[in-house]
Design a binder for this molecule. Structure first.
Ligand code: PDD
Length: 307
């Protein structure tokens, strides 16, 4: 397959795609986006990603000019143009920018949102992240306060997360585990984090409007449901770095990482909290349940496969 882009209807190789410098996504990060993947050609949870896109638009006071059906058709057109074959799968990122207009922060100066769709191969995650696990480090940079920029807006402005990753890498981590301004654990730079405490799953609270913000992950929501079905207790709770001492397993989740074990968390005071290499029994069980769920999902939608 070829990495392929669709900029407001214009499809080209991703490397040749261009947007206007007057686009507010470029000028101000005034955009929102989603990342979806396929399994055996079937888009996974596309409607849930559209729901979240619409929630991001609502929270950022953006009126979407493109309907869900229009975007779905455009995404499919881009996927087909990529030349992807049966047996492969794709990563799809779709971004909606508030649009093109004069340099003026007032969002009212633009009347039409613009869109960019990128279709490419799935991220080639380091195999050790699954066989062994990732190391997260807690940087001094804090996650955006929901009272300033709600992390439930999946916005095109990831500078907060970028600064956190840069610092986490300097600390010897693979990724960051960000704290909120009120000192609670929130999430990693582009995935949610969950711990096993007292045999149950505990993930940081993520409601909009609370002091602790993190993105309501679609993968985490699925994992919560799978855990509950498997009689593993799940709860969203406030969590602090000092609670990590009680955690026996830790993993991150996202559409592309699925259930990825964390082998260590590096704390701000120099301590390191370690977890079983490659994940403990609960992570292994969740990975199995996840694989089973995906297989059932794909089987039930075989006729809707895109390629
Ligand atoms: N990231 N938190 C943040 C900040 C994210 O960017 C993401 C997703 C998640 C997990 O959400 P989900 O389970 O719905 O993928 C949590 C995508 C994958 C990305 O930016 O590539």
């Amino acid at each position: 397959m070829r990495a392929t882009a669709n900029v407001n209807g214009q499809i080209s190789l991703a490397a040749e795609a261009k947007i206007s410098i007057l686009d507010r996504g470029f000028q101000y990060g005034d955009s929102i986006y989603e990342v979806v993947r396929t399994y055996e050609g079937v888009p996974f949870f596309l409607d849930e990603h559209f729901d979240r896109l619409e929630n991001s638009a609502r929270l950022s006071k953006m009126r979407l000019s493109q309907s869900r059906d229009f975007l779905r058709t455009e995404i499919l057109r881009t996927v087909k143009e990529s030349g992807v074959q049966k047996g492969e799968d794709v990563f799809i990122r779709f971004t909606i920018s508030r649009g093109e207009g004069p340099l003026d922060l007032d969002p009212a100066v633009v009347s039409k949102t613009s869109y960019v769709i990128l279709v490419k191969e799935l991220p080639p995650w380091n195999k050790n992240f699954y066989s062994d696990g990732m190391t997260l480090a807690i940087p001094s940079v804090l996650r955006n306060s929901p009272l300033a920029l709600d992390p439930n807006i999946k916005s095109g402005n990831y500078l907060n997360n970028i600064l956190a990753v840069a610092e986490a890498k300097e600390m010897g981590g693979d990724d960051a585990l960000l704290l909120s301004p009120d000192g609670k654990l929130t999430e990693a730079s582009n995935s949610n984090v969950t711990f096993v405490i007292d045999g149950g799953l505990r993930s940081p609270l993520h409601e909009s409007g609370t002091a602790t913000g993190n993105l309501r992950g679609i993968t985490r929501t699925l994992i919560a449901a799978l855990a509950t079905e498997a009689d593993i207790h799940y709860a969203d709770v406030p969590l602090f770095p000092q609670d990590l001492g009680q955690a026996t397993e830790c993993f991150v989740s996202s559409a592309t990482r699925e259930v990825m074990p964390v082998k260590a968390v590096l704390l701000r005071d120099g301590r390191k909290i370690s977890f079983p290499s490659g994940g403990g029994p609960i992570i292994k069980r969740l990975q199995q349940e996840y694989t089973r769920y995906v297989a059932d999902y794909v089987r039930a939608r075989k006729s809707e496969a895109w390629f």
